[in-house]
Design a protein around this ligand. Structure first.
Ligand code: FE2
Length: 368
């Protein structure tokens, strides 16, 4: 088997997602698998610096924990998009079935349908490696409790499809949460605690007992990813009393193009402390330090914000702006709550700005 030196592994920390660039060295043709929206420039620079010609943009499934960069990368490189047929990613150029082959230079990438994490999930074999998506992880596997997941199908996919590959096949997963980067089929057969020496029923029982919280982004990420992460209205989640919850990347795209007005509703103390979006209109929803509602909010909004464009309400993490969007909608605006907000959600140490949010995404901001 030909050794695959040319698999580039990249990482998105907030979602612990691996993106892969597969390279055929002789032709310089490449494919990118599971690209993440906030790393478009990094990934394109990686491709350009190696003088690669991107041929394919591939997804292992419709992700629930991040938004894909597939549409953006495809548009900017001319590469064709290829996604599993049963994942509902209708705009993709190619709908892949089990056993389909994607030509890459003198070789091909083999699509292996591995239902379980989702009904459409696929793994991709490239030379001596298999990109296992959210099917088989290092010492684990993808969850099976949402989005058409099925534990029995997952067991069959792993044991009858992946575990029949040669033992020295490298496993390159879509995620790892503990700093590991790869494994092998042989190692997982022996040591994977969920599946090594387990019957199908034992595996199902393990999966049923996991009791995981739903992924934070599932409501916005899945529809966006079924549209290849394209920045259009399908990524917006309908909401009660206002126009919708809008993913941060889409809000940024609307604002940059001038298609919407950004209103930052945090307190002056927050703006001074952690920074703000340049040229956003600042109207406080609540006032520091008592955090009581700003009695002048309606008047300031009407005086400063026209009603002829959608209005994007940005707060610290996308919570305070919900009530605010509701109020603005009642005043006749088309009001959106910007998900994640400026600082994003707190991490395990309760610190914000390290997981997600406007500033973390690298969008424009200034201090004070
Ligand atoms: Fe997933």
């Amino acid at each position: 088997m030909k050794k695959s030196d040319a698999i580039i592994q990249l990482f998105d920390k907030p979602s612990s997602t691996f993106t892969y660039i597969l390279v055929d060295e002789s032709s310089r043709e490449a494919a990118i698998v599971d690209a993440v929206d906030c790393h478009i420039e990094r990934d394109l620079a990686e491709i350009a610096s190696r003088d690669l010609k991107l041929k394919w943009v591939i997804e292992t499934h419709a992700h629930a924990d991040h938004i894909t960069a597939a549409d953006a990368i495809s548009r900017r490189t001319g590469a064709r998009t290829a996604t599993p047929a049963l994942c509902g990613v209708t705009p993709a150029n190619l709908q892949l079935g089990d056993g389909d082959k994607l030509a890459l230079g003198i070789d091909f990438i083999l699509a292996i349908h591995t239902p379980g994490h989702t009904a459409g999930s696929m793994c991709f074999r490239w030379r001596d490696a298999v990109l296992t998506g959210d099917t088989l992880l290092i010492g684990g596997c993808g969850r099976t409790d949402f989005q058409s997941g099925n534990s029995a199908a997952m067991y069959d996919s792993i044991t009858t499809k992946l575990f029949t590959l040669p033992n020295d096949t490298r496993i390159l997963p879509a995620h790892d949460y503990r700093g590991r980067t790869e494994s092998t089929i042989g190692e997982e057969k022996l040591f994977n605690p969920r599946i090594a020496d387990k019957t199908k029923q034992e595996f199902i029982d393990i999966m049923n007992a996991l009791n995981l919280a739903p992924p934070k982004m599932i409501d916005s990420a899945v529809p966006a990813n079924q549209n290849l992460g394209a920045m259009n209205a399908s990524a917006i989640c309908a909401s009660d009393g206002y126009a919708g919850d809008i993913p941060l990347a889409l809000a940024h795209a609307w604002w940059i193009k001038g298609d919407a007005v950004m209103v930052d509703i945090r307190t002056q103390a927050e703006l001074d402390c952690v920074g703000r979006v340049p040229n956003a209109i600042c109207i406080q929803w609540k006032l520091y330090p008592d955090m009581l509602l700003n009695p002048d909010f309606d008047r300031e909004l009407i005086a400063n914000v026209p009603r002829d464009k959608p209005v994007l309400f940005l707060c610290r993490s996308g919570v305070r702006s919900i009530d605010c969007a509701r109020r603005a909608q009642a005043l006749g605006y088309s009001a959106y709550n910007v998900l994640e907000g400026f600082e994003g959600d707190p991490d395990a140490q309760k610190q914000r700005g390290k997981l997600n949010g406007w500033r973390h995404a690298g969008y424009e901001w200034i201090q004070g």
